[in-house]
Design a protein around this ligand. Structure first.
Ligand code: A2P
Length: 279
């Protein structure tokens, strides 16, 4: 679980992250983060809009682990786009998390063509602030989330290219075009909801394949992400599941089974799409 992918700027990122979307602020988040770190997770993914950064920060503190041993990601919310607001939102997130730097900061959603005439310029202005924070060493790596190839284009022509794109990715919802585009540009793809927020765990074919390896369906999905060179961010607040989701290094999915899963028909997607989200 502490094995790493290496980002395009040579910064290592632990290859399974702990997801915290829909983890309520308060004791639940504190305990979840503490349990995850105790279980060996060193990579925690949160966002300002999750409303739990204060508790995530407390959980990190309570773990007693050295800051340098952890990889912490947060995301800039849609209402804070633009150069000046981005700088301020970043400071607020650091304060809430009680940290003095972030390992990774992402633009949560692209300003998109469905809502903004000048969407590309808005994303560039936001990116200029992220770039500045990166160059000042206050963020070790910068990237985006929920971007499609056409959203990425302009950013790729700036001084510092995005290092990560975090998208919804799980069996039945692979966004193959976006993944191929990112991988061709050396942008690491991260999977939000690698278990389809739990919806894909009911799929019979996945259950059958998982049983063959004596693993749970959740473990199969997480391992399948890794074997596609996509970094999974499974979320759980249940201690047994938090541990279970980290135990994905004692089996290898065969090429045939990878193909079977890769070719599954669409199912289980959240329905959120960068062009449809009304932000
Ligand atoms: P809970 O947090 O109550 O333990 P995703 O990461 O795709 O968003 O999925 C998160 C959902 O899947 C949550 O509802 C979480 O429940 C559930 N979940 C996480 N890990 C497991 C697991 N190993 N087995 C079954 N359900 C899980």
């Amino acid at each position: 679980i502490t094995d790493s992918f290496i980002l395009q700027n040579s910064y290592p990122i632990p290859c399974v992250g702990f997801g915290t979307w829909q983890t309520p602020n308060g004791d639940t988040a504190i305990q979840a983060v503490k349990t995850a770190i105790d279980a060996g997770y060193r990579h925690i993914d949160t966002a300002a809009v999750y409303g739990n950064e204060i508790s995530i920060g407390q959980g990190i503190k309570a773990s007693g682990i050295d800051r340098e041993a952890l990889f912490i990601t947060s995301k800039l919310w849609n209402t804070e786009r633009g150069y000046t607001k981005t700088l301020a939102a970043f400071e607020k997130t650091l304060t809430d998390l009680q940290l003095d730097y972030l390992d990774l900061y992402l633009i949560h959603w692209p300003a998109s063509e469905s809502k903004y005439f000048d969407w590309e310029q808005i994303n560039l202005d936001t990116w200029r602030a992220m770039t500045e924070l990166y160059k000042a060493g206050r963020i070790k790596a910068i990237g985006v989330s929920n971007f499609m190839p056409h959203h990425l284009k302009a950013l790729l022509e700036t001084e510092i290219a995005p290092m990560v794109n975090q998208i919804e990715f799980h069996p039945g919802h692979m966004q193959a075009e976006t993944v191929a585009y990112c991988q061709s540009k050396n942008i690491l793809v991260e999977a939000w909801s690698p278990l389809g927020t739990g919806r894909v765990l009911k799929n019979e074919m996945l259950q059958k394949i998982a049983a063959k390896y004596n693993k749970s369906t959740a473990q199969l999905c997480i391992r399948w992400c890794l074997q596609n060179n996509v970094l999974p961010l499974p979320k759980s607040i249940t201690p047994a599941r938090i541990i279970e989701n980290s135990q994905v290094f004692d089996f290898v999915i065969t090429d045939e089974d990878m193909e079977l899963i890769n070719r599954m028909p669409p199912f289980g997607a959240s329905g959120k799409h960068p062009d449809q989200v009304d932000f």
